[in-house]
Design a protein around this ligand. Sequence first.
Ligand SMILES: [Ca+2]
Ligand SMILES: [Ca+2]
Ligand SMILES: [Ca+2]
Length: 460
Amino acid sequence: MGIPLQAESQILLVKTRRQVGFGILAQDQLGKTLAQYQTQVLRSIPMARPAQRSLSGIIEEPDALMVIQVLENADQARTTLQALPTVEWAEKLQPLTLFSDTSDIPNDPRYTYQSQMIDTMLNFMLHMPIKRSIKVAVIDSGIDYAHEDLFGNIWKNTAESANGIDDDSNGLIDDIWGYNFYGAYKGDGSPNPKDGAGHGTHIAGIIGAGVHNKTGIAGLHPSVQLLNLRFTSDTGAGNQLDAALAIRYAIEKQVDIIVCAWGYYLANTVLRDAIDDALSQGIIIVAAMGNSGSSRLEFPAGIPGVISVGAVSSTGEWASFSSYGEHTQFVAFGVDILSTLPNNTYGTKSGTSQSAAIMTGTIARMMSAHPTLTKDELYTHLLMAADPIVHPQKNPYTGYGILNPETLFKTLNVLPESQILASGWQAEKITPTSVKQEDIWVSVLLLPWRLVEGIWRWLI
Ligand SMILES: [Ca+2]
Ligand SMILES: [Ca+2]
Ligand SMILES: [Ca+2]
């Protein structure tokens, strides 16, 4: 705690191997190398496997991730460490950033105006049945969890209480409302994940602001549980170990979806491993494509199995800030999206972050309506319901296209229930519609192509 740090480029992550087969000599080498380069071990994080007794009766040490501050020659130290037999890998800790807003933020609440979301996604989504609550991890700048239109949907750790004790023995003290992992790589971090940048609160509102509560806006899912995991500074800067620790927390809490409205160019293995573990446990990861407006590949959107989402304007045109590439899968509205901001305020933001949030809320709603859908079935429905925008086939700018909620309803075989939204909304009564044969045919005709290409990309 409170260790003065050099620049983050001087922080090394060193994953040690299990010690079976390596003698005292090898351990000495590691110690000598650490001493040689004037290093300071900031943290040693035990990895998943517990210590166990080997066949020869020797107690094997568990793998560990050492977080090391190097005062000078960090590159050389990394190379030397990497060559040691007891080191699996050694990497410089890499930064990442939130995808920040691409427009000015008017602060005036517009209670009766929610632009394109009301017209399309929201109107339909709000009529899907809810058969179970969905847990969504917002790994971001934090959430203003006392916000008037959010507090009802914030996940709470009922196994913790505010007593300065780690009641649930997960290594974190008083993590009642999630956790703030910013600085956790050096042993800092705090139980208070309140939003410092406004970014995470906006994402949270799009997904799960209260509905029918006569307050603010309507989120896409009125009974979602938003798991608030902060990991960035107030300016939206973070590092990949803090992000990995947040993802590990989300895995432990068995979330259904993780939304990542941030990105990085150079990957740390520790984050990649955390993301792969989440995916292998069936967690859906939705990631924003990025706001560079270029084809430079950013992660985690570029990781196979992650649902990557770019942005389109309210008229359905590709937004010029939206990063693109072969890995673009879907687009969603991402221009002037109204949502919650800290301190009971509201405002619009533009960016692929907002698009990822819309996709997240939509998927949460689908999972609620059809609790038995497998991850692959869910993805198939997304492919079927995507309206191509630029080209009939998948393309680098808009992927498979934007979800057509009406088609989604039909493919899911869920008919809208007749329902009137709370007063104060520019919403209209939706009458139940029957499934039109011709609409189904469009989906069916497009499906083989999409499935072949989409599932292939999904699996690699
Ligand atoms: Ca705890
Ligand atoms: Ca406690
Ligand atoms: Ca509301």
